[in-house]
Structures are given as structure tokens and as C-alpha cells.
Design a binder for this molecule. Structure first.
Ligand SMILES: [Fe+2]
Length: 281
């Protein structure tokens, strides 16, 4: 347990990734610059932070998120009333969540988000945990020859690949047509350098990455599969059991995450803000 300042308590969740932060009064969480920079430093160090029992309204959540950067808007998710930067992620018996693969948020974009903040609204009684994996720890565990092979390679990321199940539904193509038109496939480096920490990270994910551009189709498939499997080695991951009002912040440049869809037909709802990032280098 590490005490930061007078009140903030930090407890690592695993050796590789994640920390629980407590002792943060709500009135300081929103709008306190010192606390904001302390949280940002902790976020860069631990890659994902878990804060329990944070009774933030959508507006307060938006204000907190704006302290970390400029909000992005997702083409496929609705927004919360009166808080335009806050998207609603909801899974119901009628419309269960389709996303279950490991990913980093919105890598189909030329400038994917830096951070994502998620705030639990309606949490199932059982199931619905989320996993995060450290893409920097995973990179560092690769052998030197394999790191050299990956250096300088680029991969294609495609919105259509990530939303293929939604596109296959009746009316899916029509509903997502504007998002597809606005998000043609993009290329990112297979290994990116974190712009703030300088650490290298594996930057391909099974949800959005379709191929390694410089390789044959067979090589690309094999290398991607190897990386996808390696990234989610248990020792690089952390698992959160949500409760209502749990607040989570993560760094999309150094992590991947996976929601576990084991709570159907229960209702689950989160508020989410993603913050603008830079072009991956
Ligand atoms: Fe996500």
C-alpha cells in the first residue's frame, strides 16, 4: 500500500498491471488539478486504475474525464442525456453485447484514444468481469530476435472487422454505413512507443487488426495469432469484478482489455468516455 499525499491510497493488483486507488473524496476527484496529475502519473505507471464507490453523475464523470484530455465520440454508441462526451454501453436481454474479443479501444481510428474511463451504472449480480492485459509487459517478455522481427512492421486495423457481427444483423449495414464511410482501414506500427513513458508495446489486437502489411497472408496469420496468445498470458493480466459506481481508467496505448459476456440475460450498463490520443509511432 502506497500513500500519495495525505489521502490517496494505492494498492497494486498484480505485479504486471493494475492498482486499486482509494481515499479519494468525490469533491476532490472532479476539478482538483493536483489530484488529477497524481492520478495521471499512477495511470501511466499501473496502466489501469480501479476506484470503488464513486457516485458520479454523468456530468461529473464528464468533468473528471475532461481533466485528462479532449473527449472523442464513438460512431456506434449513444450518448448520455446532457453529457455529450459520455457514451452509454449497455447490454440487455434484447440487445446483448457483441464485443468479447481482446482489444484496445478504437484502433480502427488514425488517432486512437489515449485513455478510456468507464463508470459502472447497472452491474449484474454475477458475471460481467473485465480483463486487462499489459501490452508493455508482454512486449518486454519477447525474445530479442523476435522483437527485431517485429520492429518496423505495420498492421491494418479495420472498423468493419470489429463490428462484423453487428453488420451481419438485419439493418446493420444501413445503421453503420456512416461509421464505415468515416473510418476506412488504417495502418499502425505493430510495436508502438508510448508517447509519455517511452515503453514499447505490442499494438495489434484480435478485434480490429486484420493483417501485418509487410508479410504474406500465412506469415501474418501465424505471427498475429502468436502475439494475440502471448499478450493474454495470465501473468500479464488483471481481472476486475465490477460493482455499481466502480470507476476504472485505463491507458489504451499500453493495454488491451476484454469484457466477459457471462451474465446474460442480466442487464449491464456503463458510462464511458474515451480521450483523444496521438497517431501511434
Ligand atoms: Fe473496449
Amino acid at each position: 500500500m502506497v500513500l500519495v499525499g495525505k489521502q490517496l491510497q494505492v494498492k497494486k493488483a498484480t505485479a504486471a498491471i493494475g492498482a486499486y486507488v482509494s481515499g479519494v473524496p468525490l469533491e476532490r476527484l472532479v476539478g482538483d488539478e493536483d489530484l488529477g496529475s497524481a492520478l495521471r502519473e499512477l495511470l501511466l505507471e499501473h496502466q489501469v486504475l480501479f476506484l470503488r464507490d464513486q457516485p458520479l453523475s454523468a456530468n461529473q464523470f464528464q468533468a473528471l474525464a475532461r481533466g485528462f484530455g479532449k473527449a472523442l465520440h464513438h460512431p456506434a454508441y449513444p450518448v448520455a442525456p446532457g453529457a455529450d462526451d459520455v457514451h452509454i454501453l449497455e447490454s440487455t436481454p434484447e440487445a446483448p453485447s457483441k464485443i468479447e474479443m481482446w482489444h484496445s479501444d478504437m484502433t480502427f481510428s488514425a488517432t486512437p484514444p489515449s485513455f478510456t474511463l468507464l463508470h459502472g451504472q447497472i452491474i449484474p449480480e454475477y458475471g460481467g468481469d473485465t480483463l486487462w492485459a499489459s501490452a508493455v509487459e508482454a512486449y518486454e517478455a519477447l525474445s530479442a530476435p523476435f522483437k527485431r522481427l517485429l520492429e518496423g512492421l505495420s498492421a491494418e486495423h479495420d472498423f468493419r472487422h470489429g463490428f462484423r457481427e453487428s453488420l451481419a444483423e438485419p439493418g446493420g449495414v444501413e445503421r453503420l454505413a456512416p461509421a464505415i464511410a468515416a473510418n476506412p482501414p488504417v495502418r499502425h506500427p505493430v510495436i508502438r512507443i508510448h508517447p509519455e513513458t517511452g515503453r514499447k508495446a505490442i499494438y495489434v489486437n484480435p478485434l480490429f487488426t486484420t493483417r501485418i502489411v509487410e508479410m504474406t497472408a500465412a506469415e501474418s496469420r501465424q505471427v498475429l495469432d502468436l502475439l494475440f496468445e502471448h499478450l493474454v498470458t495470465d501473468e500479464f493480466t488483471v481481472r476486475l469484478n465490477w460493482a455499481p459506481l466502480t470507476l476504472v481508467m485505463w491507458d489504451n496505448r499500453s493495454t488491451q482489455h476484454r469484457p466477459i459476456n457471462d451474465y446474460f440475460p442480466q442487464h449491464r450498463k456503463h458510462h464511458r468516455v474515451t480521450l483523444a490520443g496521438e497517431r501511434p509511432q
